[in-house]
Design a protein. Sequence first.
Length: 400
Amino acid sequence: MALLQRVSYSEVPWGWLALTALLTAMGVSFVISACYDPGAAYGLGDEARKQLTWWAVSVVACLVTMHVPFALWRGLAVPLFLAGLCLVLFMTVAAGTSVVPVIKGQANWLVLGPLRLQPVEFIKLATLLACARLVTHPDFQPARLLHLIAALSLAAIPSLLHARSDLGSALTFPPMIFGMLLAMGMRLSHFIIIAVTCVVLAVGSLTLLTMDAKEGSSVRAIQETLLPRTGPKSYQYKRIMAWLNPDDYALTEGYQTARSVRSIGSGQLVGKGYLDGDQNRLGWLPEKHTDLIFAVVGEEVGFLGSVLVLALLLAFAWVGLHTAAMCRDPCGRALIVGYVCLIVGQSAINLAVATGMMPVTGITLPFFSYGGSSLLACHLGLGICLSAALAPRRESTRMG
């Protein structure tokens, strides 16, 4: 099999590529604003220059990935997934070393000399490929509950492995597998049963983990195991408590969310103008170029600009789903749907955090937030989806 395929450019979904370029250009412009350095050439701070470099690398990676035959990606699904799990285990064992340093209580970074990557961003893509391969297997029946549980379990493995160290990233796995299964023909009754079960478990777990329990009791032991209240891992508990009781934590763990909400609200209808947000300029907004980039958007371009960003994200999803519908390869269709749901789900979580509707999770806004790993993974995922969209018809009993 050739490593590169001949592409018919008339079949390329240029609208999807154009929306991606527009979203990324807007994201980079707000990273420039968040990191504006009046003493640097063109005001480009160090982070802004790095983001521009990563954008160029990501575009090249997307185009190269698009030219790789989708049959090759499909064949690599299981090896990439297993490699991803091995990488997670390695990072767990090596946490606290120079290769996997602990930053802000989390060991989520892989440091290779001058290069610093967040592996979970690429593990999401490996999981996406593996799930798409599974749900389009000829023996997979989406109407059977046991088959659904098998697919959910596959996505749950990396999600649970990340839950303790990176809860935000763990929450991005369910949307992609649920979206994929719904597109495959999952029964609505099964979806409702699983969704209600997940909600009940989430509410029950939150209640159990945040309730007052006596020292030495079995409940307290469970709490300290799953959600420690003291020590380096206590930040997750404090974030949840700050979300439940914002006034009590307004100057500590709740400060980040409070400033984000204030920044968004201060932009009012049309914003204060690009580079003119005082919450941004005066340094009152923490994590403004990463997790809370949407707060910079809200402050500088206001409600109308924020709605435009949301509209572009929805348009990205709509064109992506249309591309999935036109895809000739069943596995490719499942993959594209899962990718769209991953981007939409992660965006929804990030926006919910920025507006105070969820506890701080520490995940990025796709195509917008500063971070080479996130930007590169988003473009690699898009490249694989484009490879699938250009793939020839493949016989299957699923999705088509």
